[in-house]
Every structure is written in C-alpha cells, then in structure tokens.
Design a protein around this ligand. Structure first.
Ligand code: SF4
Length: 448
C-alpha cells in the first residue's frame, strides 16, 4: 500500500459485524465524509489512497457510491452528534438501493467499539484507523481486484498535504479524550515520512504540514532524532517549498526547534501552541504542567529567536469551577500576547476523562458569554496584528486564481488576496505588497 503510515501487528483486523456476516457493498465506488481535526483529514487521505490502490474508486457524490465511509470525531459532544446525524441521513441512502454499505472509523468508532453495531443496526463496518489496511484487505477480498491495474494514489489536497508523523498522546490532560481513543505516542520512522513527502512532491504538492497531537514530542524510533531533524530532512526534498507542523505542546518547545524554524528557509515561521487557560489553579487541574508565567516565557523566547513569528493557540472557557476572575486572567493573557489566531471552545465533558467526574458547573449561557468576550477581543487583536504587515512585502504561495483575482497564504499562514498578473499560476510563489488588512485577511498588489 503506498504511504502506509503505520506498522501493523500481524493479527490486526477490521471489525465487520460481529455475527460474521459481512454486508459488503455490491460495487467498488466509495464516498468519504470527514469531520474533526487535521489528523482526520490526513487519515482520510491515507484511506483514500489505500482504497484507490486496492482497486476502489472514490466518488464525490454519495448517489454514485456503493460504500459510504464516515471518518468521525469525538473530541466534543456535538462532533459525535454530527456523526450520528450524518449516519441517520445515510440510512435512507442505503435503503434506496440494495448492495449499499456504511463503514465508520475515527475517534467515535474507537470510543464506542462494537457497541456501535447495537446502536446502529444499519452499520456494516467499524474499524480503527490504526488497522485501516486490514479493513481494505478485508473489503478487497470480496472482489477480484488487481491493484497493479489501478490508477495508484490520489491526493485530496492538491498543493498541500497533511502528513502524520506521531500518533497518540502521552500528556493525559484532564479534559481530553484523545489519549483514550488514539493511545500513547508512537512516532513514525523518519525515512517513512520522507518517503511520503517525496511521493507527494512528485504529485505536485508544494507545502506539507507534519501532524501530531503533540508533534514536538516526535522522536525517530530508530535513533531518537527530534522534530528539528525531521524538519531539516523534509525541507531538503526537491519540490517542497514550505513545511509546517501542528500541534505543539508548550512543555516540549526546545531551542533546537526554534532555531530550526529560524534557520531552515522552507520551514514557516508559525507556532500553534495551545495555552487553554491562564489561571494557574485551572492549569494544574487540567494537568497541563506549566504555569501562566512559564507559558509567557516560552512565547517571549520564541519571538526573540524567530523574527516575524506568528502564534496561534487554543483556549477552553467554562472549565469546571472556573470563576469570573479566572476567566479574566485568560482574557488578559490574550490581550498581552496578541495571538494571530485563537481557537476558543466552551468546556464539554468527555467520557472517561478526569474532568468529566467534576460538576460541569459553568452554565451554557455563561460559557457562550465568555466565548463571545474572547471572540470580540481577538477580532480586534487579529486586526491589529495584521495591520503590522501594512506596506510590507510578503511571500505568497498561490492557491487559487479566479479570473483576475488570486489568493494564497503567507509563511505566517495569513490569507492574502490580490489582483492576478498575467500568467499567474496556482503553485507558484509571488511577492505581494500589503495595502490593506482586516482581522481575517490581507490584500495587496502582486509584484511582477
Ligand atoms: S496534549 Fe493535546 S491531545 Fe494530548 S491530552 Fe492534552 S489536549 Fe489531549
């Protein structure tokens, strides 16, 4: 299988219905529905590539599909509800034509395990993405396919590709379900990652994002090489112009990583570093294992080392017991650090986590109020951060050309729009002089 991201146990297996009667689809066209984070997007890419290499055909419309595969998320309750809602819609689709089948994978499938078959009688397959090759083998065994005759890998993201480099998480934050559904950390061998990057580059990819829940804990299993060494290896792959990585944990930001971002010309000056709360007691309860001052120090040091660093973060409001004063500390840290982008969530108890055993005592309207306050502040802060780019020239990787307009992103991941010069092409890098800025985007003239 091309691009296999995992090393499987010899007896890895997918989980068709436990009564042993697989209800295989009557044809080989599959449709993918993906919800959740970039890891899921990346998993869906690998699944699509593996299925295609095994002789299946991905179709954009459900109507033309024999098999619908849902790549689900369970990080929040409403993500699960969304997946169940999608499944309910699929029941009608399945009943319209005999021979249609439904498969579920992703975090929700791992969390619910075979209970899903009881809850969803129309479900045909549940499988763990860590065993997706076994699922494909199982499915392919129902048909006489010849992988050598197929069109090989497909790429869903065109210019940019997400590549998982480390799976699972060892941190066990009190609110997070990830360690329960994705297991402990397992890094991929660096050579496997580089092989993926070379293959993507040959297919026209120009920007890669290396993924992990705690990507900066990456260690090559054979020699312990860290993320900084992996970044150096990836940027040497011909055809790759930009390298990004997500998500970093504050406890593992070391100088070798910061100097790699500063010194490697293709590694973009962007750090996604969740802080979650600015109150030390809440941070302790969350088991984040840093204090507000330590987090501040990390950001200050990173900005000292890397000129023009953009920083994004994640925040949770309404954690059990969070008082108004504790919330105000989070708002103050937002104002002080001036993040480029902030993802804000209201606390949502997830099963099996420590935080779910505490009373969820901040009401929904109060969580919404706190979210809105942070959103309002961040809108102003982001606009101010973007205005600092006025009259400067930025490097833009062109992602779309639409008539006379082009758009793309800067190294700091800011969206830029401009008038397209003659011959502007997707996948090229252009210099753009910034003339106006809003909270969400920059606009400027494309220099010849
Ligand atoms: S570091 Fe991130 S993925 Fe890991 S437990 Fe904490 S919140 Fe979850």
């Amino acid at each position: 299988m091309p691009g296999a991201p995992l090393h499987f146990e010899p007896h890895a297996f997918s989980r068709p219905r436990p009564n042993g009667r697989k209800r295989a689809p009557s044809g080989q066209r599959f449709h993918l529905w993906v919800s959740g984070c970039q890891m899921n997007e990346s998993d869906a890419d690998y699944l699509a590539q593996g299925m295609t290499a095994a002789g299946f055909t991905q179709v954009p419309d459900l109507d033309g599909a024999d098999l619908a595969i849902l790549v689900t998320c369970s990080v929040r309750q409403n993500a699960e509800q969304k997946a169940y809602g999608r499944f309910r819609e699929l029941r009608g689709w399945k009943r319209e034509r005999p021979g249609r089948a439904i498969a579920i994978t992703g975090c929700m499938a791992n969390k619910e395990k075979d209970r899903l078959y009881e809850r969803l009688p129309d479900l045909d397959y549940r499988f763990d993405m860590r065993e997706y090759e076994a699922f494909i083998r199982d499915l392919a065994g129902e048909y006489e396919t010849d992988p050598a005759q197929t069109g090989g890998a497909v790429l869903l993201h065109g210019l940019t590709a997400y590549i998982p480099v480390i799976f699972g998480c060892n941190e066990v934050c009190s609110f997070c379900i990830v360690p329960f559904v994705r297991g402990t950390e397992r890094s991929r061998p660096m050579e496997d990652v580089l092989e993926d990057v070379r293959r993507f580059s040959a297919q026209g990819v120009r920007e890669v994002t290396l993924l992990g829940q705690t990507v900066n804990s990456y260690r090559d299993p054979s020699n312990g090489a860290r993320l900084s060494a992996l970044l150096a290896g990836v940027e040497r792959v011909p055809g790759i112009w930009r390298v990004r990585f997500l998500t970093s944990h504050p406890r593992h930001v070391h100088d070798d990583l910061l100097t790699a971002i500063r010194d490697l010309p293709r590694v973009c000056e962007h750090l996604h570093l969740p802080f979650q709360s600015a109150d030390d007691l809440i941070l302790k309860q969350m088991r984040r294992r840093y204090t507000r001052d330590e987090y501040r120090g990390i950001i200050q040091h990173a900005r000292d080392v890397i000129p023009d660093l953009s920083v994004s973060t994640d925040v949770i409001v309404g954690y059990p017991g969070e008082t108004e004063d504790q919330f105000q500390l989070t708002l103050a840290l937002l104002e002080e650090i001036q993040f480029d982008v902030v993802h804000i969530q209201g606390f949502s108890p997830r099963p099996r986590t420590t935080a779910a055993r505490q009373p969820d005592d901040v009401s929904s309207p109060e969580k919404k109020r706190r979210i809105n306050i942070l959103l309002g502040a961040q809108r102003r802060i982001a606009e101010e951060a973007n205005r600092r780019w006025l009259s400067r020239t930025v490097e833009v990787l062109v992602e779309r050309v639409d008539g006379t307009q082009l758009s793309g992103r800067t190294r700091q991941n800011k969206v830029v729009h401009g008038e397209a010069p003659l011959g502007a092409e997707v996948g090229t890098v252009r210099a753009v002089r910034v003339e106006s800025a809003s909270a969400w985007q920059l606009r400027g003239s494309v220099l010849s």
